[in-house]
Design a protein around this ligand. Structure first.
Ligand code: CTP
Length: 412
């Protein structure tokens, strides 16, 4: 028997109360044909539109409708399924369900499971155009996207209420394709070892003062999370004030560029891909005062001589052999040209350049807008997206560069 692309994958499908609920049956059927083990969860309003028997028949599994349903594997069914899922799909997702998801409300079995899962979530909204355009829905979708929920955009067309506009549930083909793409991503980095850096460096001036920068570590942490989710083995070298590292990743902390360099050099031989998203300090005080530097009573300026720190990524790239070395470039002008110069000067395989003067990109914001630049001068402008999504896009390009991209089966 030939391998199916969703073989061995457990997908939970949540159906909420929209007239489009009947289309969930087509989606389930396609997922089951693709080899997936599908478990359906219905809200009470969904059951007004379609019965549990349809889904039980299509999946061969019991359908969850209540938190007090019979246990699975000796555990509460909803918790057991939420935690064992490879992917959580919500289709159709009503405005009300999206609002509950965005606010962490868990007042029925579906919303409780959505809070209890750490599987990737895809939601396919369906509603009337006015509801879709309502500022509350727009804000809820934006919150969910920022949290990494993938939204399959609704289509334009004739709506159940008789009007025309955007809000129809996306075509089942598009929803099933999004599931395949996400599942492919869930294991396509298996066997690759990543060394990823994140966050700001800091250099002490005296026992209380530091030289540091505004990097929050979000981009590097997003890369580490995404690489681990996709099956990669990840070591994260993280600045002390970086955002929380993701689970399933080995963390090594750094502060000074000297400690960053030591951690990277030690781990580099055992990696296949190095991604330098950290912002180690470029300069360090020539001497560190052992006592707190006192303010001069005359109000005279304080001069602190700074010495240049080594360029760690350039040093790693010089000994890379078959490893890939990917860097970041924070620029405030001539983005593409400067990035290409930086990439060539440091001997990198790819550079991710962002304009740090843009409000929605760069330091300490959840979104980024970057240009990817390769050594031959080829470049790709990516649109504004969350750092989580950008992490996946960067990993997709890296995977293509390793020549391992064709290892996993495509959808039938
Ligand atoms: N980098 C590094 N070691 C340093 C400084 C930077 O490894 N001492 C790495 C960063 O992790 C990033 C890349 O170099 O991947 C570019 O960082 P950036 O701050 O944009 O460039 P710099 O080389 O510091 O140049 P400049 O600040 O002059 O733009």
């Amino acid at each position: 028997m030939r391998d199916l692309p969703l073989d061995g994958r457990r997908i939970v499908l949540g159906v909420s109360g929209s007239i489009a609920a009947y289309k969930a049956a087509e989606i389930v059927s396609r997922l089951v044909q693709g080899g997936a083990e599908v478990h359906v969860v219905l809200t009470s309003h969904a059951r007004e539109f379609i019965g549990a028997a349809t889904f039980r028949g299509l999946t061969g599994n019991p359908v969850l409708t209540d938190v007090f349903d019979e246990p699975y594997d000796g555990r509460m069914a909803h918790i057991s399924l939420a935690q064992g899922a490879d992917l959580f799909l919500v289709a159709p997702a009503t405005a009300n369900l999206l609002a509950k998801m965005a606010n962490g409300i868990a007042d029925d079995v579906l919303t409780t499971m959505l809070l209890a899962t750490d599987a990737p979530v895809i939601a396919a909204p369906a509603m009337n155009t006015v509801m879709f355009d309502h500022p509350a829905t727009v804000a809820n979708l934006s919150t969910l996207r920022q949290r990494g929920v993938e939204i399959v955009e609704p289509a334009e067309g004739r709506l159940a209420c008789g009007s025309d506009g955007k809000g129809r549930l996306a075509d089942p083909d598009a929803i099933v394709a999004a599931v395949h793409a996400r599942i492919r991503r869930s294991c396509d980095l298996t066997g690759l070892r990543f060394l990823i850096s994140a966050g700001a460096g800091s250099e002490p001036i005296d026992p209380v003062r530091l030289i540091t920068n505004r990097s929050s570590g979000r981009m590097g942490v997003a890369l580490a999370r995404a690489a681990a989710r996709r099956g990669g083995a990840v070591v994260l070298v993280a600045g002390h004030r970086s955002v929380e590292p993701p689970p399933g990743v080995e963390v090594v902390r750094f502060d000074t560029t000297a400690s960053y360099r030591a951690a990277c050099l030690e781990r580099f031989p055992a990696c296949d891909v190095f991604i330098g998203a950290a912002a180690p300090a470029d300069f360090t005080p020539v001497t560190v005062s052992q006592t707190k530097i006192r303010r001069d009573s005359s109000g005279a300026d304080l001069m602190i001589p700074l010495r240049s720190n080594p360029d760690v990524i350039a040093e790693l790239a010089a000994q890379k052999d078959s490893r890939l070395v990917v860097g970041f470039a924070a620029e405030s002008e001539d983005l593409r040209t400067r990035a290409l110069e930086k990439l060539r000067a440091k001997g990198l395989d790819l550079i991710v350049a962002n304009d740090i003067t843009a409000e929605d990109a760069g330091f300490d914001v959840p979104t980024n807008r970057v240009v990817l630049v390769w050594p031959d001068g080829r470049h790709e402008d990516l649109p504004l997206m969350t750092k989580d999504e950008l992490a996946h896009q960067i990993l997709d390009r890296i995977l293509g560069m390793t020549g391992l991209a064709s290892r996993t089966p495509s959808p039938a």
